[in-house]
Design a protein around this ligand. Structure first.
Ligand SMILES: O=P(O)(O)OC[C@H]1O[C@](O)(CO)[C@@H](O)[C@@H]1O
Length: 616
């Protein structure tokens, strides 16, 4: 057998206290070649609506697409002033945002004004229930999930409240042992089956917040990799009998998730277990998954709403149910996000943390994604934040066309892992190499729970080292003109994690408005899904051709060319070769002659001929 090798206004009552653009900086913090201008475009009490240019679409014409980026301020006194002047603090959340190491100028801030006014208005409309996802004709309502009173009508409010109550109730009953396993015991494990937005939020939150000994431990199947699935099931071992399987899919028809479900159901059959008694579905009403779960009588079903996108679904049942089952305080997560949303509704730029982030992204990446965003949380439990943000930001902002139909190929690349670990991996390149990024440091002030700390050398704890590494890296990068943002939280708690999620969701929404794209659809993903379907359809034709030849007496091994010819798909010969090589690697096609490394020499047949198929 051969194997293939090598191969925000905010509510009308919220009046800005200060002008959005009014500068408290004097003189300008960055010395630029541009002339400094002070523009006060909002009076302290005017509402945003009256300040929006009559023709909003014209707002986009006014800004240079690529702001010129001067050298960064290096004078310590000016830098300290810049730090203090721009430092954002949310007292109740214990969250800080430092944008001083992004080199935007006063003039840039002024020039961005029309776009921000439009973005704040857009967010206001979105929260009121506008069709903010025009391509799919959908409302975008993830902000209502943490404050259902914002929902545009009482029906939606009731839906949100009911779903949350149902999640809390079910989780309480499972954790307390009222809902039992089929053999009368307690559920001890969760196996979550889902992908993309139906996995990344729950994965991030589990890593960030699950206690050391949660009531139920969680594992994930987030791919259609059979070996990966086998690994998860094998790790469960006999505990499969006490595993709650949560299948999450908004659409209810995502192939990877369907395959994961079928594989898990097969494992249940093999173990003599009744899947339905341990299965939970989170999906849209009447989706394929919902209907399957209903007809098969699964243990529970929870709704996903049409107006919540996968990548912004962490505060729906998608994120809340797994979190609650792990003993995480989901009401606190919701409260953190709600507080952050409130803060992000102000139209005063420097008081609006999401707008500040969007401003920095625009400046650093010139409004066209010219620089990547490297996310570096200095805290192991936040390891998956960058992965979570990768989907949130890139699936939202990576768009070919803008809202007016112009080809723009927008985006903002996100990657990262954690500090200080990455110091010993790629930070060398960040400091000295190609200058194609800006960094977001995530700093957590509390090193470990109180009462557990000790000094590993006089005056210095282990956490001091982590702190030193972060500060040192930030300084070393800046000294070499590498810009950075720092988000600081006191501790990693359900509240701060909710706030971080809320912060970035809103920053993405605002940035999308700034660059005039729809952040809430993902047409590009469909192309890959369609192409995958075509590959599988071609594989079926290849199989039929091989089957026919393999049923002959004697068996007729075929070359790749012969298979392509008989499939009437000579233009797909390379794909046919790959299909056959994959089948050979899995013992589903046998090699009569040649090897996969020399495609032209290859002759293959099927080990078993299926006569029935020939007459089908
Ligand atoms: O929840 P679903 O419908 O299974 O989709 C999973 C993921 O697939 C996508 O639709 C495309 O990758 C994501 O937006 C989504 O989070």
């Amino acid at each position: 057998m051969a194997s293939l090798s090598g191969l925000c206004s905010s509510s009308p009552s919220l009046k800005p206290k200060h002008s959005l653009w009014k500068s408290t900086l004097n003189p300008p913090l960055l010395k630029t070649s541009l002339t400094y201008r002070t523009r006060t475009l909002l009076t302290p009490t005017r509402s945003i609506a009256s300040d929006i240019p009559a023709d909003l679409s014209k707002a986009n014409d006014k800004l240079p697409n690529k702001p010129r980026q001067p050298g960064l301020e290096k004078d310590p006194n000016s830098l300290w002033r810049r730090y203090v002047d721009w430092l954002y603090q949310h007292k109740e959340l214990g969250l800080y945002l430092d944008v001083s190491r992004i080199g935007f100028t006063e003039e840039f801030v002024s020039e961005m004004e029309p776009r921000f006014l439009k973005a704040f208005k857009d967010m206001e409309e979105l929260e009121k229930g506008a069709i903010a996802n025009p391509d799919e004709g959908r409302m975008v309502g993830h902000y209502w999930l943490r404050n259902s009173t914002l929902a545009p009508n009482s029906f939606l409010k009731t839906q949100i409240d009911k779903a949350l109550d149902a999640v809390c109730d079910f989780a309480d009953q499972v954790v307390s042992g009222k809902i039992k396993t089929p053999d009368g015991g307690r559920f001890t494990q969760i196996l979550s089956v889902g992908i993309g937005g139906s996995a990344l939020g729950p994965q991030f939150v589990a890593e960030a917040l699950a206690p050391d000994n949660p009531p139920l431990k969680i594992r994930f199947i987030d791919n259609t990799d059979p070996a990966g699935i086998d690994h998860q099931i094998a790790q469960l071992g006999p505990e499969l009998a006490s595993t709650l399987v949560i299948v999450i899919s908004k659409s209810g028809g995502t192939p990877e998730t369907r395959n994961g479900l079928l594989e898990v159901q097969q494992a249940f059959r093999e173990a003599g277990l009744d899947f339905a008694k341990q299965g939970v579905a989170i999906t849209q009403e009447n989706s394929l998954l919902d209907n399957t779960a209903r007809i098969e009588g699964w243990l529970a079903r929870f709704p996903m709403f049409d107006w919540v996108g996968g990548r912004t679904s962490e505060m729906s049942a998608v994120g809340l149910l797994p979190a609650a089952l792990q003993g995480i305080d989901i009401r606190e997560m919701l409260a953190g996000a709600a507080l952050m949303d409130e803060a992000n509704r102000t139209t005063v730029l420097r008081n609006n943390p999401a707008a500040l982030l969007a401003l920095c992204w625009y400046w650093a990446s010139e409004g066209v994604g010219s620089k990547d965003m490297v996310v570096l949380p200095y805290k192991d439990s936040l390891l998956l934040f960058s992965r979570y943000l990768q989907q949130l930001v890139m699936e939202s902002l990576g768009k070919e066309f803008d809202l007016d139909g112009h080809r723009v190929n927008q985006g903002l690349t996100v990657y990262g892992n954690k500090g200080s670990t990455d110091q010993h991996a790629y930070i060398q390149q960040l400091r000295d190499g190609v200058h194609n990024f800006f960094v977001t440091f995530i700093e957590v002030l509390r090193d470990r729970p109180p009462g557990h700390d000790w000094e590993l050398e006089p005056g210095v704890t282990c956490g001091d080292y982590l702190f030193g590494m972060l500060q040192g890296t930030r300084s070393a990068l800046y000294a070499n003109d590498r810009e950075s943002i720092t988000v600081t939280v006191q501790e990693v708690t359900p509240r701060s994690v909710g706030a971080l999620i809320g912060l970035y969701e809103r920053a993405v929404g605002i940035y999308a408005s700034l660059v005039n794209i729809n952040a809430y659809h993902q047409p590009g993903v469909e192309a890959g899904k369609k192409a995958a379907g075509e590959v599988l359809a071609l594989q079926k034709r290849v199989l039929a051709v091989l089957n026919e030849a393999s049923c002959k007496q004697p068996v007729e091994p075929l070359t790749i060319e012969e298979v392509a010819d008989r499939c009437h798909a000579i233009e797909d010969i390379e794909m046919i070769y790959k299909i056959i090589a994959h089948m050979a690697a899995n013992d589903r096609a046998l090699i009569a002659e040649g090897s996969c490394g020399s495609p032209r020499s290859l002759k293959v047949f099927l080990g078993e001929c299926n006569v029935d198929e020939l007459f089908a």
